[in-house]
Design a protein around this ligand. Structure first.
Ligand code: ZN
Length: 432
């Protein structure tokens, strides 16, 4: 069995210390870091020295020692150690956020887009807008820029930086999955800093785990209802990506054989029955709102609001469209909980503007779908935080990648990389 090199183990421990301090709501003492990571005080002491010398951590004060001896020094992430940019690419809008090394958002910008775009056009657009955004920042920010994270909907292989399919990009989804777009490499070259890409729902799950409602919650499912339906999973305290980052694509659960065409290339996916587009299409077909079957992305949200207002004014047909949406979403959510057993489910995204209309049906269907022991034990929270949070998630991704720079950490942690790809066989018995 191949063994980890001592340098790799040291990198892993460095990451554990940094991660422990990052996820803590308050500054930590060296003894606390030892408790959280399970590392010896001698090891923590040496790792802390390296992180303090490198500037990633700072000493922020001291507290009385519980043992009554010397005061214990307290440590926190050094916000100005590096800067990162997070970008959320949606079908109708791009949101850019500048974040410090501690994850604090300093400024944001938004601009409308008209997706889908070719990959080349998206690279040009993002390069121009990110450079324009950074021009207004201080020199120290531009010089300290450590990376850019880009969140987008679709099937994203975040480890290889490739888009396998996204509604934002003009890609031909081939049945053999050959149409991968190396967006990460193209943007890295254009911007001259490392660029990481990730599925947007995963980004939101990461932001929730690091800074939001899911902090210190080990198992969380984040559902995003926007132009499409998304799912991000934190399992056992880590963002779960699965092989090639393709996990949690449960929006494309087929609920009808030979069903409606889904933009992903399949038929009958749940998304095509509950997305904004689907709800609006039903409103158009029922003669409740004006438009065509294929409403433009930029106009979908306006049409959705019009349909929602009609439902609120008491129109029974309009109400039924949202109730049907809630029923499907609730049944799906309950089944997902049965499979993964999160203790918290967050529903976010601009689709929550009509939550008053579908939430009662959603909760009822979800309860019906849940196995009995789950009922009254899993919490569902519906709310909308806005695109800045997603952009913050994108910035968090860059911070995560900066923290865990060693290949070994990628192999042992959360990306679903085959353990043997680097000649490592961690925790796996040798077959030789
Ligand atoms: Zn689909």
């Amino acid at each position: 069995m191949a063994r980890l090199q001592s340098r790799q183990i040291s990198q892993l421990h460095l990451y554990q210390v940094l991660h422990a301090v990052r996820l803590s709501a308050d500054p930590l003492s060296q003894a606390q870091i030892g408790d959280v990571t399970g590392l010896s005080q001698a090891a923590v002491s040496s790792l802390m020295r390296r992180l303090l010398e490198g500037g990633a951590l700072i000493e922020v004060g001291a507290r009385p020692s519980l043992a009554g001896g010397r005061r214990e020094r307290e440590f926190a992430i050094n916000p100005s150690h590096a800067w990162v940019v997070g970008v959320k690419v949606a079908l109708h809008q791009i949101t850019i956020a500048l974040s410090d090394f501690a994850g604090g958002v300093h400024s944001t910008a938004k601009l409308p887009i008209n997706a889908p775009l070719t990959a080349a056009a998206l690279v040009r657009l993002l390069t121009r807008e990110i450079n324009k955004f950074l021009k207004t920042e201080a020199d120290s920010v531009r010089q300290g820029l450590a990376g850019v994270g880009v969140a987008m909907p679709g099937f994203i292989d975040s480890m290889h930086g490739e888009v396998l399919w996204s509604p934002v990009l003009k890609l031909v989804a081939k049945s053999n999955g050959a149409a991968a777009e190396p967006l990460s490499a193209s943007l890295t070259e254009a911007l001259s800093v490392p660029v990481f890409i990730e599925n947007d729902a995963n980004m939101l799950a990461l932001a929730e785990q690091w800074f939001g409602q899911a902090a210190r919650t080990a198992n969380v499912a984040v559902i995003t209802l926007e132009h499409g339906l998304g799912l991000g999973l934190v399992i056992n305290g880590e963002l779960y990506r699965g092989h090639l980052g393709m996990a949690a694509e449960l929006a494309h659960l087929q609920i009808e054989v030979d069903g409606r065409d889904c933009p992903c290339g399949k038929q009958g996916c749940l998304e095509t029955y509950v997305s904004h587009q689907a709800v609006v299409r039903q409103g158009v077909q029922a003669g409740l709102i004006k438009g065509s079957d294929a409403v433009k992305f930029g106009e979908v949200l306006t049409a959705l609001k019009a349909l929602a207002n009609l439902a609120r004014s008491g129109n029974a047909k309009a109400r039924k469209i949202f109730e049907d949406q809630g029923r499907l979403l609730g049944q799906w959510t309950g089944n997902m909980v049965n499979l993964l057993a999160p203790q918290l489910v967050l529903l976010d995204g601009d689709g929550t503007i009509a939550a008053d209309l579908y939430e009662p049906a959603l909760r009822k269907a979800m309860t019906q779908a849940l196995t009995l022991p789950h009922r009254n034990r899993v919490q569902l929270v519906v709310r909308h935080q806005g695109d800045e949070v997603w952009a913050r998630g994108a910035a968090s991704l860059v911070l995560q990648r900066l923290d865990e720079s060693a290949a070994v950490v990628q192999a042992v942690s959360r990306h679903g990389v085959d353990l043997n790809t680097d000649g490592l066989s961690i925790g796996r018995p040798s077959s030789a």
